[in-house]
Design a protein around this ligand. Structure first.
Ligand code: NI
Length: 255
């Protein structure tokens, strides 16, 4: 069975066929899905998916691109929603300097606050880090992320930074469709460097579909493409990688 450790099935791109698609997951080998969250407004839909599908778990958190939606009291709201038994992480949270650096300070503040919340609640964090490696590592260190654990999702850092994340911060690293892109030399080097017990797979559906579906809507059903790419990189059989990453995901999220 496959564990898709990062997807957004509440996204409107699934509006027309969400239920048919999700109902087909188990028969296609998808055993577990972690649905990430970008802002408070999404949470009711995420909880409804968790209630409806036994194999879907959820996270709550505010994405750096939605930093300006973090109004007074947002931490209390996250704390309240996290009481749902299928909420197993705080995320996705982090820093994104690719689209804008105007909200840098706000992004950094809410990242730190949400890591503190994760530690208080004993939940791992799901980290989004785009073009902000230095600041992300610094804040995670300052806020003692090793006390709650977590994952760097859709990892875009270097192979050198892998050691820092897995050994010093005690975190996991997840790879998705971008690993299959033609120019993905750096991600492939990084994927080779992750200790096997810290390796996870994900889609970030509906985004980042693997080759040959690049540019189309992504879904967990395309994960075998990522697994076969990883299998080549690691020299480990695909079914063995599937089993290992499934167990790793369950360990991280306490499922
Ligand atoms: Ni995401």
């Amino acid at each position: 069975m496959i564990f898709d450790t990062h997807a957004h099935y509440n996204d409107e791109k699934f509006e027309d066929d969400r239920d048919t698609l999700l109902a087909s997951m188990p028969e296609n080998g998808i055993g577990l899905i972690m649905n990430a969250c970008s802002n408070l407004g999404e949470i009711p839909d995420i909880l409804a998916l968790c209630d409806k599908y036994p194999f879907i778990y959820g996270a709550v958190g505010i994405h750096p691109e939605d930093a300006e939606t973090a109004e007074d009291g947002y931490l209390d709201a996250l704390r309240e929603y996290s009481k749902h038994p299928k909420i197993k992480a705080i995320g996705e949270i982090g820093l994104d300097y690719y689209w804008t650096t105007d909200t840098k300070e706000e992004q950094q503040r809410i990242l730190g606050e949400q890591v503190d919340l994760a530690r208080e609640l004993g939940l791992p964090v799901i980290i989004h880090d785009r073009e902000a490696h230095g600041d992300t590592l610094r804040i995670l260190k300052e806020h003692k992320v090793w006390e709650c654990g977590g994952v760097f999702h859709c990892y875009s850092g270097s192979a050198e930074m892998v050691k820092e994340i897995t050994d010093k911060l005690g975190m996991y690293i997840a790879f998705g469709g971008s690993l299959t892109f033609k120019n993905a030399v750096k991600p492939r080097e990084a994927a080779a460097a992750v200790p096997i017990e810290r390796l996870l797979i994900e889609t970030d559906s509906p985004y980042l579909a693997p080759v040959p579906y690049r540019g189309k809507r992504n879904s967990s059903l395309y994960l075998p493409r990522v697994i076969s790419q990883l299998s080549e990189i690691r020299g480990i059989a695909a079914d063995e990688l599937e089993r290992i990453t499934y167990e790793n995901g369950k360990r991280l999220f306490g499922i």
